[in-house]
Every structure is written in C-alpha cells, then in structure tokens.
Design a binder for this molecule. Sequence first.
Ligand code: ITT
Length: 196
Amino acid sequence: MKLYCATGNPGKLREFRLAGEVLNIDVEPLPGIKSIEAPEETGDTFEANAILKAEYYSRFAEGPLFADDSGLAVDALGGAPGVLSARYADSGLSGHDADEANNQLVLKNLAPHADRTARFVCVIALADKGKVIQTFRGEVEGQLLHEAKGPGGFGYDPLFYYPPFGCTFGEATSEQKFGVSHRGKALRQMLAYLTR
Ligand code: ITT
C-alpha cells in the first residue's frame, strides 16, 4: 500500500518514514511539496487543521494522502501551546532554533506552576482528491522537566519526560518513541482503518 504524506516538518517526516518501515506501508512525501505554498492553519482544533492540510494537499496528489496536526497541551497552561505549538514563541526562526525558542517559553510560562502534566496530541487526516475520508487521534501523557534532556526527536521532545521509559522522548530511540507516541497511535489507527 502506498500513501503520500504532506508535511514540511523534517522531524515528522522521519517518524512517518519509520512508521512505513515498522508497519509495512510505503509512506512517501508528497512529490514537489517544497514548491507548494503551505496553507494557513486557521483552525482552532487539531482536527480542523489536520483536515484543512489533508484536503488542501490531496488536490496535488494522485491517490490518498494524509497530513498531521499535532502539538503539546500543558494542563497548567490551559492546554497551551496546543494548535500554536509550532509557532508558540513567534520567534520567526525555523527548525531547531524555533524549537529551542518554543521550549524556553514553555519553561518560562510553566515556572510558577507545580503541576507539570502535559500531553502530546496528534490528529491525522486522510484525504483523497480534496475531500477528507477519516481522522485518527492519538495522545500520550508525560511530565515536563525543568530543562531539556537528550539529543533525539524534535520539538518539545527533550522536555517531555515519559514515566514508563524513565527518560524524555529526546533520550528515547525513535522506535521506542513511535511505539507509545501520539503519532504512533494515530498512525496505527489509520493502518487498522485501511486494512479493515
Ligand atoms: P506541518 O504542518 O508542515 O506538518 P508543523 O511543524 O507546522 O509542520 P504542526 O502545525 O502540526 O506542524 O505543529 C506541530 C508542532 O508541535 C511541532 O512543530 C512541534 O513543536 C510540536 N510537536 C508535534 N509533535 C511533536 C513530537 O512528536 N515531539 C515534539 N514536538 C512535537
């Protein structure tokens, strides 16, 4: 089975490719995605933005395509950064530097709070020819540390301590993270749906 995925985030793309290997599906980036202007993510929910991205990019694909909208929801911050996770610090930076600025702002805003519970949320939308077919949601709960730990993963992974592993997602291997993560859960649901 071949599925196109649409993302401009290299960290997500690495995880989707790993998913393809582990779950035995041919996951390929949408050809030419770099030359397609990204849609504005105007939704208030992960579902709305995932659908918006999947419907938009599937117009450029031949065959089914999926997109993910994901982020970190911190309980003590009322669910922030939530759908704004990628641009929380509004730093104008990209890649690792943007991640670093976002992590620093989360730490600053969370400093007065004792409760450091947070969850990663991922909604994947599957679409074909501009129409959504189905959405899939995965979540994983952890605790935010006071400083980053580990070189792996991307985004908020080095802050996200996952108690069953006894380490952060930044310290876990990609395979370990994929086995329990929000993205892994959503992807496995999509695969179950496609092979039902
Ligand atoms: P695309 O829309 O092109 O896929 P994006 O990075 O803009 O890329 P989102 O709007 O879904 O995607 O924002 C996701 C952000 O949430 C991401 O940039 C990270 O800051 C954070 N995030 C999501 N999943 C994560 C994970 O597994 N580990 C760490 N941070 C994650």
